[in-house]
Each structure stands twice: as structure tokens, then as C-alpha cells.
Design a protein around this ligand. Structure first.
Ligand code: PGA
Length: 252
């Protein structure tokens, strides 16, 4: 199974920078084409820039997707983007339930599950994010919180083909702090066990780690058991770092 290296560009850059960044990522892959034998690269730009990166992604074996989608299929939902629209533009993935959406847009796990159902209906792979806050962890409640998020955020029919889990401790996102390898190993094996209980078939369902991943810590994180890739924010905005994460993981 290839590890998934997913870039979450969030609300950064402009059209010119999006084109430049995807070209630089493609050029880096071309410098060492064997990297795509072991890694799948996913880019999630702002919605508006998806068409601008489509051709170059297709040419270089990079997949792309969005950072959110509507629960609705179509209709009078001003400002919303449907899963089908993402698919129409060539997107194959959608990030759902990122902690920034849970925190700033009040998204609940129930809403995330509805969005995931919409994503699956449009043939998209849902990257469902879960993770505890620092105070949850200080209180020793990380498994309880993540377990409850998983229970409520995964829709019926979730499987290894249509769903990826991203474990992102909230306190590690954009802070430069990362969870220790031991903490990541414990949480990923907890998630793995819960998925086994929760889903009819959870075999091969990928579990990513996210939170301040960069080339310097990529080898340790990506060689941790049950870590099947990374969801990368800040470091995905620089081609050298984004591809460098896979290179560092490979070389150690
Ligand atoms: P970060 O963000 O890599 O900048 O910590 C990760 C994320 O929010 O997905």
C-alpha cells in the first residue's frame, strides 16, 4: 500500500502562486520519479484553484481534491460547493472535519458524517479528520475524544476505498509541536482497533498523521506503525518541503 502524502493548502496563496507551486511539485517528482512508486501525492488547494492545477496533476500522477464540501447535492445553498462539483472539476478527494472547520465553523461529527455521505455519493474519497485538544490530552482524555469523533464522523458504508482517517492533534497543527512517536503509535493503534470494531471491513483503511509534519520529523513519524501517510499544512506550501517529506521518509 502506498503512503499518502496530502497537502492542505488552506486559504493561502493566489492563482499565480498556486500554478507555480504545483509546477514546482511536479518538477520535484520528475527529479526522482521512483518516489511515486511508494507515495501517492494529494494536493487540496482552495476550491477556485482546482481547475488551474488539474492538467499538471494529471500529467504527473498527482491527485487533487478540496478542503470541504456541502452536505447538500444541489439547490438554494448560497456559497456552498457540492461534492459533485468537486468531482466535476477532476477532484477525487475531500478533506472533512478538519479541526479548523470544527472550531471556526462549528462543524460537529454528525455534520462531518453527512458530508462524508455526500462525498461518497459523488465518488470522492473522504479524508476525515479527528484529534484532541491540548486540554483533552492533559486530562488524559485523548482516546475518549478521538474514539467519540470516529464513532460519530464515519458514515455507514465507509471503507478503505472511500475513506481515509487523518489523526491531527489540535495542539500540533501549525504550532511546530509534534506528538512523540510513542504517542502517535499509541493513538494510531487505538484508531486501528476502533475502526476494526466499527466497520465491516477496515483492512487497508489508511490512517494519516497531521500536525507540523516536515522533512526533519517525517522519517520518525512515517515509520511509526499504522501511520499510512501525512496530512500536511504549512510544509505543503513549499514544493521542496512537501516532496522532501516523502524523500526524508524514504531515506531516513
Ligand atoms: P500543519 O497543518 O502541517 O501546518 O501543522 C496540518 C493541517 O492542518 O492539516
Amino acid at each position: 500500500m502506498k503512503k499518502l502524502i496530502a497537502g492542505n493548502w488552506k486559504m493561502n496563496g493566489n492563482l499565480g502562486q498556486a500554478e507555480e507551486l504545483v509546477s514546482s511539485i511536479a518538477a520535484k517528482i520528475q527529479e526522482q520519479p521512483s518516489i511515486i512508486d511508494s507515495y501517492e501525492f494529494l494536493i487540496c488547494p482552495p476550491f477556485l484553484y482546482m481547475p488551474a492545477i488539474k492538467d499538471i496533476c494529471a500529467k504527473h500522477g498527482i491527485v487533487f481534491g478540496a478542503q470541504d464540501c456541502s452536505v447538500h447535492e444541489a439547490g438554494a445553498y448560497t456559497g456552498e460547493i457540492s461534492a459533485q462539483m468537486i468531482a466535476d472539476c477532476g477532484g477525487t478527494y475531500v478533506i472533512l472535519g478538519h479541526s479548523e472547520r470544527r472550531q471556526y465553523h462549528g462543524e460537529t461529527s454528525q455534520l462531518v458524517a453527512q458530508k462524508a455521505t455526500a462525498a461518497h455519493g459523488a465518488g470522492l474519497v473522504a479524508v476525515i479528520c479527528v484529534g484532541e485538544t491540548e486540554s483533552d490530552r492533559d486530562a488524559g482524555k485523548e482516546n475518549e475524544i478521538v474514539g467519540a469523533q470516529l464513532q460519530a464522523s464515519l458514515p455507514e458504508g465507509a471503507n478503505a476505498e472511500n475513506t481515509v482517517i487523518a489523526y491531527e492533534p489540535v495542539w500540533a497543527i501549525g504550532t511546530g509541536k509534534t506528538a512523540s512517536s510513542d504517542d502517535v503509535a499509541n493513538m494510531h493503534s487505538f484508531i486501528c482497533a476502533q475502526l476494526k470494531e466499527q466497520l465491516a471491513d477496515s483492512k487497508n483503511l489508511r490512517i494519516l498523521y497531521g500536525g507540523s509534519m516536515k522533512p526533519e520529523n517525517a522519517h520518525a513519524l512515517l515509520s511509526t506503525p499504522h501511520v499510512d501517510g501525512g496530512l500536511i499544512g504549512g510544509a505543503s506550501l513549499k514544493a521542496e518541503q512537501f516532496i522532501g517529506i516523502a524523500v526524508a521518509a524514504e531515506e531516513g
